[in-house]
Design a binder for this molecule. Sequence first.
Ligand code: TXA
Ligand code: MG
Length: 360
Amino acid sequence: MTEPGSPRVLPGSDRAAVAEAAALVRAGRLVAFPTETVYGLGANALDATAVARIFAAKERPSFDPLIVHLADAAELRQHVLPGDADDPRVADLAGRFWPGPLTLVLRKLDHIPGIVTAGLPTVGLRVPDHPVARALIRAAGVPIAAPSANRFGQVSPTRAAHVVRALGDRVSLVLDGGACRVGVESTVVLLAEGRALLLRPGGVPAEAIEAVIGPLAHPGDDEPGAAALAPGRAGGHYAPGARVEIVDPEDPAARDRLRAGPGERLGLLAASAAGAAAARSVGGPFAASVTLAPDGDPVAVAAGLFDALHDLDAAGLDRIVAQPVPPIGLGRAVMDRLRRAELGRAGPGGAPSYSDPADA
Ligand code: TXA
Ligand code: MG
């Protein structure tokens, strides 16, 4: 039985369900679907009213642009300036990483509504590496604009149940594709006028991109102009209900922060078994704990990160101590998300604020 307030959830492997979802997209409604990174909240990217419903459902500020999802790399040139489509770096990156967790930001053509790109002259495009996502885009016959299917500022969903919990019947239908394989969002790269900038670390390691097109510039969040290049990247995000603190269990100076205060429900998010053991030997008690990978492999840590934050959130904790990982390969995306989770609850009142914009 579907309770009032719950969306319908159908298996993404069911062709009739995908056809129904595609018809809803064409009718201007919102559909959540699995990708290899996280679940997306999709609408027809060519329909400004439908896209406006995404911002309303997520309570997302309108300055934060959406990624447009394509079924096939060949569709890219329908949506961007010929000069950008012909940039050899585009073919090289699309050929190497699409379908996959890479978003390319290029100068858009006029038919992409301004609400999709938050008024920017550029649009983020990607071909997701998930059969359900691509079947949905193909069946809809339109590109699909989709942010992660969470409320603004909260942890991104890696399972259909996370979408249901976050959005309820603000979404018409959820296609269930099980757990997301990569677990963190796509890497966002801006290629324009000869520049190559890493706007967001994600599922494709920056090193792998640099191996194809050479060095990427990394606009730091604090640099002047960085916020304009990468709107939605300036503040806290990925915040669970509990306060998150990044604490290295091997650091003798951090021991106090690994101990629960009187009456405090403390959680442990360990990247490796060694980290978990170190934290337990000097800290605790831990009301809940998750170890993401026995050996701390950053690919496995990334894959389980949001899942673990959702699970720890459900344990009703006051504070979560999270073990850092080396910012190499997927570890860079993991540290980016942990730092934003830390920022998200750092301020008074604990909620991400609209004046300190966050991507959502
Ligand atoms: O893996 C992903 O990318 C997931 C799945 C659903 O595809 N989507 C996702 O979307 O993470 P979202 O809305 O949560 O993040 C989109 C971010 C924006 O906040 C912004 O940082 C960047 O992508 N972005 C999108 N379009 C841009 C543009 N034109 N210029 C600069 N940054 C852009
Ligand atoms: Mg998001």
